[in-house]
Design a protein around this ligand. Structure first.
Ligand code: TRP
Length: 382
């Protein structure tokens, strides 16, 4: 069996959307089903979500169950994957505390993802951050890359499937691992990042064409949206603003309808939904996405047809996800039980690593019989 240990997680700050799906969730289910791993962990990063939501615990609590339902509905299977909640694993906090001494403030300040997130949230460093109109920077938020290194190393993860924005976290994690191992010996494992292989999946734009799907921009298609909601959202999608008449040539680049097609369209969709391109005024027989794009660029292909095609594809992909969600929603206590069991397994795994860490750091006083004997001998000889 493969020695791979796969680990990844999400902050529970909202329901998961199709950007999460193509960026990571779909890949996780494929990895799970391929079975080429020793262990696989997927977790809900509630403690990380609290680093910038400390005054909003109810939001985090509500979204823990939403994310759990999203996980189960996309097909993550608790008999194959350990699903757990970060805050229930106190070993992670302890590891973070030790790792804090292996990272400088200056290094954290250079982390580009943290930098961007600080700007987005209006967090300021320095004394001026204490003013009324500026928010000071919470220490926990600033140091979350360290806690993320604990998440990864506690489970000896070798493979971390995440989006591109998480690259700086993995780099910091590996620096911590190398520093730790060079001081205390080879205890921790350096993980590899696993990025989505398709460029459209790397960062799916919002329905408004903006660079990222985000709840605050209201440009998301959620996994739990109804078929009608998906239809309405696709109808209202931003396309090429200069494609006014059907006969006008259209732009494919930067047109989110085509980015979504790049992320979701499969060859069989032309047999299944090719009739979307059969209209009264114009009719096309496309066999692949390149033909659709070529016609759109040339002119004569209207947005409505392309959007209908996309809507059918999205709903075909989301239908089984919604059906599974409905089933799990009928038995919420069972969902919490899955998480509880997952937390138990996760604690055992993290506990084993923590024991090695304590031993390597020479803070395992009561387990070290030699230590007590040596100290006793030393004082007896005085
Ligand atoms: N930072 C990740 C996100 O924002 C969530 C996360 C926390 C994570 N710890 C992790 C991802 C460890 C991978 C590995 O979605």
């Amino acid at each position: 069996m493969s020695e791979k240990i796969i680990l990844t997680g999400d902050r529970p700050t909202g329901r998961l959307h199709i950007g999460h799906y193509v960026g990571s969730l779909r890949r996780r289910v494929e990895l799970q089903n391929a079975g080429d791993y020793k262990q696989m962990f997927v977790f809900i990063a509630d403690a990380q979500a609290l680093t910038d939501n400390i005054d909003n615990p109810e939001k985090v609590r509500q979204n823990v169950i939403e994310v759990a339902l999203d996980y189960l509905s996309v097909g993550l299977d608790p008999s194959k994957v350990t699903l757990f909640i970060q805050s229930q694993i106190p070993e992670l906090t302890e590891l973070s505390f030790y790792y804090m001494n292996m990272v400088t403030v200056q290094r954290l300040q250079r982390n580009p993802t943290v930098k961007n997130e600080m700007i987005q949230r209006g967090f300021h460093v320095g004394e001026e951050g204490e003013n009324d109109n500026q928010r000071g920077l919470p220490v926990g938020f600033f140091t979350y890359p360290i806690s993320q290194a604990a998440d990864i190393t506690a489970f000896r993860a070798t493979t971390v499937p995440v989006g591109e924005d998480q690259k700086p976290m993995l780099e910091q994690c590996n620096e911590i691992v190398r520093r730790f191992n060079s001081i205390y010996g080879p205890v921790l494992v350096e993980p590899d990042i696993m990025l989505p292989d398709n460029a459209a999946c790397l960062r799916l734009p919002g329905t408004d064409g903006k660079a990222k799907m985000s709840k605050s921009l209201g440009n998301c298609i959620y996994l739990s949206d109804t078929a009608e909601e998906v239809k309405a959202k696709v109808r209202g999608m931003f396309t090429d603003p200069n494609h006014l008449q059907v006969s006008d040539p259209g732009k494919v680049e930067g047109n989110p309808v085509f980015t979504y097609l790049d992320a979701f369209c499969k060859p069989e969709h032309f047999d299944l939904f090719g009739d979307c391109f059969h209209g009264k005024k114009s009719s096309f027989d496309f066999h692949n996405l390149d033909e659709v794009k070529a016609q759109y660029r040339a002119g004569g292909l209207g947005d409505v047809m392309v959007k209908n095609f996309l809507e059918r594809i999205l709903n075909a992909e989301l239908d089984p996800i919604r059906a599974r969600r409905k089933e799990f929603e009928k038995d919420i206590p069972a969902v919490y039980e899955i998480l509880r069991k997952g937390c138990e397994q996760a604690r055992a795994a993290a506990g084993a690593t923590l024991a090695d860490v304590r031993k390597a750091m020479k803070i395992d006083y009561f387990n070290d019989t030699d230590l007590i004997r040596e100290q006793a001998a030393k004082y007896a000889a005085l």
